[in-house]
Design a protein around this ligand. Structure first.
Ligand code: F6P
Ligand code: MG
Length: 510
């Protein structure tokens, strides 16, 4: 290499330091010319961890992202409403012990509000005997020491807030299972009357295809019904409470309209659409004398009701013999299903009087539907489960390593349907992957690990991550960015994506 320079004291030509350049100058002319080197994404799954995500992760301090709006304003608003709910309950109490205990819960919620709005560091979770404490604290200790609400990945920080909210109650004596969102969840279902009865009137009568049709007409009728109900199940996800807290009955009605015409119109808003592929997979299940389908549930109330209508069809048509529903162990992301929400829905359908304006025919249809669903539960055709892993900050890239029992359990399923936005964020590591990224690549080990089940994601798009839009996906996303800012959070668009489900040998158990 040519002349090296001086360090300021001894010039190479022996001149004094005053006469020579004072900086080292390297001549790199013989090296290859400068290239625009881009970071290699995605990282290979074995090198991925929460601080080294497969693509850049969204964080609260990214001001352009929905992460920022959520961490900065939506979460404090949601927490404020939760505090109001607890205060309302406090004011209804009489026994001193219970009052004092609840007042302490409210104080702890106040502490959480201070931490959240003051962007405090994430502290470990107090041991409250929940089955997920070790999972939480392991992740904090390994990856988030010293991190705060804004600089931790958004997914983890947001989940952590709901865990801390739960902790405010779980350490109490009388209020361990109190659900600050319960009133809202029930209320939104009661304001969904039109869509609820439209579905109950159509589906109360057990599903049957006319005997007079030819075999090919029968299978076409079944296919169309499947596609329609897949959309019912999908769009049921646009009514989650964390975004729709202040919606009027009229606005909810528009969002929930489930008529055939409106479904045909909404199909064009499914930007990544594997519905036909999904049908091709589902129709093979009957040949195996009916399959097992798992729903990793999202929201309670109307969305859960739509999920059940879909699951009911899968059972009645003989496509599935068993449906396993996976819910949350405690209140989560405002509207997610807990066991109590599950029981409430089925019981209110059969015994409740939620809809004073409904006709006898409407109420009867709802009762019949509810009674049938309860019967499925009794017969073990429908099973409700709540694994602790679902309420952690881990993404599903870690499901096989952090919850191997759950992974093996899901491996036995013929199809695992993940509902909603948060589940989609967890499947995709909540990263800024290009919109053209194939679904199988975006979900990493959930597609590539041996034993991974076939996975479907039914999600209306309500946050930044968007993948699976096909080879033209980047252009589609760019166009929408320009023409419809906010398209990623409106819930107007959706994806129905299916994994390939050929990751080596399937694990099968007796
Ligand atoms: O707070 C943001 C968020 O986590 C988004 O993912 C989404 O907008 C909402 O909350 C939850 O949506 P879903 O109920 O569909 O998972
Ligand atoms: Mg939800």
């Amino acid at each position: 290499m040519a002349p090296v320079a001086t360090n300021g004291t001894n010039g190479v030509d022996g001149q004094s330091s005053a006469n020579v350049a004072s900086r080292v100058t390297l001549h790199l002319g013989h090296l290859p010319s400068k290239k625009d080197i881009k970071a290699q994404w995605p990282r290979t799954p074995t090198r991925v961890d929460p601080n080294n995500p497969p693509w850049p992760a969204y964080r609260g301090y990214h001001e352009y992202s929905f992460a920022h709006a959520t961490m900065q304003s939506r979460l404090p608003t949601i927490l404020g409403k939760a505090i109001e709910d607890a205060i309302r309950t406090l004011n209804e109490q009489s026994a001193e012990e219970r009052v004092v205990d609840l007042a302490q819960c409210i104080d702890r919620m106040g502490d959480l509000m201070t931490d959240l709005s003051g962007n405090a560091k994430l502290r470990p979770i107090i041991d409250d005997d929940e089955a997920d404490v070790a999972l939480w604290n392991k992740e904090i200790a390994k990856f988030f020491q010293g991190k705060d609400f804004m600089n931790a990945p958004w997914l983890f920080a947001e989940a952590y807030k709901y865990r801390r909210l739960h902790e405010a109650f779980s350490v109490s004596k009388f209020w361990k299972d109190y659900d600050v969102f319960y009133r809202q969840k029930c209320d939104t279902f009661s304001r969904s009357a039109d869509a609820v009865f439209e579905l109950s009137l159509r589906f109360a009568e057990p599903f049957k295809i006319s005997e007079e049709l030819s075999p090919s007409e029968r299978s076409e009728a079944e296919r169309l019904m499947f596609l329609e109900l897949t959309q019912v199940c999908l769009w049921g996800n646009s009514t989650d409470l964390s975004l729709l807290i202040n919606m009027s009955e009229e606005q909810i009605k528009t969002l929930q309209s489930t008529g055939g015409d409106s479904l045909a119109a909404t199909e064009k808003n499914i930007l990544g659409n594997h519905m036909n592929k999904l049908w091709e997979h589902v129709k093979t299940l009957r040949e195996k004398t009916g399959g097992r389908v798992d729903f990793v549930l999202d929201n309670a109330g109307f969305e859960l009701y739509c999920d059940c209508v879909y699951a009911d069809f899968l059972i009645q048509s003989g496509l599935a013999t068993q449906i396993r529903f996976h819910g949350k162990r405690y209140p989560w992301f405002v509207s997610d299903v807990t066991k109590k929400d599950w029981e409430w829905l089925l019981n209110t359908m059969v015994y409740g009087q939620l809809f004073p304006k409904a006709s006898d025919e409407e109420m009867e249809s709802l009762r019949r539907l509810g009674a049938r669903w309860k019967q499925y539960e009794k017969e073990g055709k429908w099973v409700y489960e709540q694994h602790p892993f679902w309420c952690t900050g881990y993404t599903f890239w870690d499901l096989h390593s952090e919850a191997p029992d759950l992974f093996l359990h899901l491996s036995r399923s013929d199809l695992v349907i993940f509902k909603g936005d948060l589940n989609h964020r967890k499947l995709t590591y909540d990263c800024a992957a290009p919109a053209s990224t194939p679904f199988d690549v975006a979900i990493g080990p959930m597609a590539s690990s041996a034993g991974a089940p076939v996975i479907a994601s039914l999600r209306t798009i309500k946050s930044d991550v968007v993948v699976g839009l096909g080879p033209e996906g980047d252009e589609i996303a760019e166009k929408l960015d320009k023409e419809e800012p906010g398209w990623k959070i409106s819930g107007k668009y959706a994806v129905v994506l299916l994994s390939d489900g050929r990751p080596g040998e399937k694990v099968r158990f007796a």
